[in-house]
Design a binder for this molecule. Structure first.
Ligand code: NAP
Length: 365
């Protein structure tokens, strides 16, 4: 029976992964070992065939005992442990949610609905490093798979609206803390007119007491137009990932499809949205575009371009906690016949993170 080590299982991505594995009855055909960076020796979660205590995630000897390591711990952990483990002679399969190894030549970015044949070829070639893609990139590819498959896309401008939980558990809790402070301020000022409330809230946002240790800035009542570090190109690293990762997932040898835009953190709790301008390689009628998008995979949910359906079904509130990747607002744009407008939203913790890792774990088992 294979031994699988889980690291980062109590974070945002990890806990969603555990929930999915429990729901789908995945535990059992392998032995599970749970590792921690902070709680060594405490009781491990109780699933079928699980070692009872938490092991030290930095102990190379214990990690070396695993056939498969699945980590959702983050890039700093990967950078600290992965190379040392490989250098020590460990030749197991490494599955990772973090970006650290995504663009390495010998790794594959896994996204089952889009590149399963490439994953199978990679396994047959003896590939060992399976990395989950950036959440917005994975969701974009699932939403537009029908257009990519027909080689219709020349470029995409993607403006994102990314939820707080995309930055991790502590950040999501911080957003709720900020909202709580807003609620308390409102309760302390009953009957106050809107303009005065606006001043009070703005002053609250800028005060020392407003909780912002993790985001560094207010997110409640605000938007943050920068995610991840700065690059010399003027892009944020989150923006840079779109083009390089999408082309790698699609198996394009060069960066054939150009994707760029502004990535923005918004006060949604869960699920990332993206407003898209899609430049087609050639004009196609809108019915054909809709049909290609709708039929691409079981997860894409097409939303008719009208107000009622869009407000009901094309929001984080509608898709969070589901496997659906909704896409709507699909129409031709005034720039020309080959420009398509679209808006897509999907749960960044499911198809954007945990689910592709779960699929590859099942393939390896
Ligand atoms: P996270 O929620 O911050 O969890 C990472 C680790 O933080 C946990 O495994 C846990 O490690 C520790 N931790 C400390 N305080 C915690 C608390 N209050 N609740 C839960 N865990 C706590 O990180 P994440 O968002 O899952 O991201 C993990 C990796 O996946 C990152 O590389 C990220 O870039 C990538 N990713 C994230 C998303 C997303 O939507 N969040 C999407 C795609 C990819 P110990 O148990 O060892 O202490």
């Amino acid at each position: 029976m294979k031994k699988v080590g889980f690291i980062g299982w109590r974070g945002m991505v990890g806990s969603v992964l555990m929930e999915r594995m429990k729901t789908e009855n995945d535990f059992g055909p392998f032995e599970s070992y749970f590792f921690t960076t902070s709680q060594k020796g405490l009781a491990a979660p109780k699933y079928k065939n699980t070692h009872s205590t938490l092991l030290d995630a930095f102990n190379l000897d214990e990690l070396k005992g695993m056939d498969i390591i699945l980590t959702c711990q983050g890039g700093d952990y990967t950078k600290e442990v992965y190379q040392n483990l490989r250098s020590s002679g460990w030749n197991g399969h490494w599955i990772d949610a973090a970006s650290a190894l995504r663009m390495k030549d010998n790794s594959i970015i896994v996204l089952d609905p889009v590149n399963r044949p490439l994953i199978e070829q990679y396994i047959d070639r003896g590939g060992k490093d399976f990395i989950g893609g950036n959440c917005t990139v994975s969701l974009l590819l699932i939403a537009l798979q029908g257009l990519f498959r027909e080689n219709l896309v020349e470029w995409i401008s993607s403006m994102t609206y990314q939820a707080a939980s995309g930055a991790g558990a502590k950040n999501m809790i911080e957003l709720l803390g900020q909202m709580n402070a807003v609620g308390e301020c409102l309760n302390q000022n009953p009957g106050t007119d809107a303009l005065l409330l606006d001043r009070k809230m703005t002053s609250l946002m800028h005060s020392q007491d407003f909780p912002k240790e993790n985001f560094g800035h207010p997110l409640a009542l605000n938007v943050l137009p920068w995610i991840d570090v700065e690059l010399p190109s003027g892009q944020s690293k989150e923006e840079w990932k779109a083009q390089v990762e999408a082309n790698k997932i699609l198996g394009n040898a060069s960066e054939d499809i150009k994707i760029d835009g502004t990535c923005v953190r918004v006060g949604a709790l869960r699920s990332h949205s993206q407003g898209l301008t899609i430049k087609l390689k050639k004009s196609a009628d809108i019915k054909t575009v809709e049909e290609l998008i709708q039929g691409a995979n079981p997860w894409v949910k097409f939303v008719a371009n009208n107000k009622a359906e869009s407000l009901k079904s094309l929001t984080p509130a509608a898709v969070s906690g589901t496997m659906n990747v909704a896409i709507g607002r699909v129409r031709k744009m005034s720039m020309g016949e080959d420009f398509i407008n679209a808006f897509t939203v999907g749960d960044q913790l499911l198809w954007g993170a945990a689910e592709p890792l779960r699929c590859v774990l099942k393939m390896l088992i």
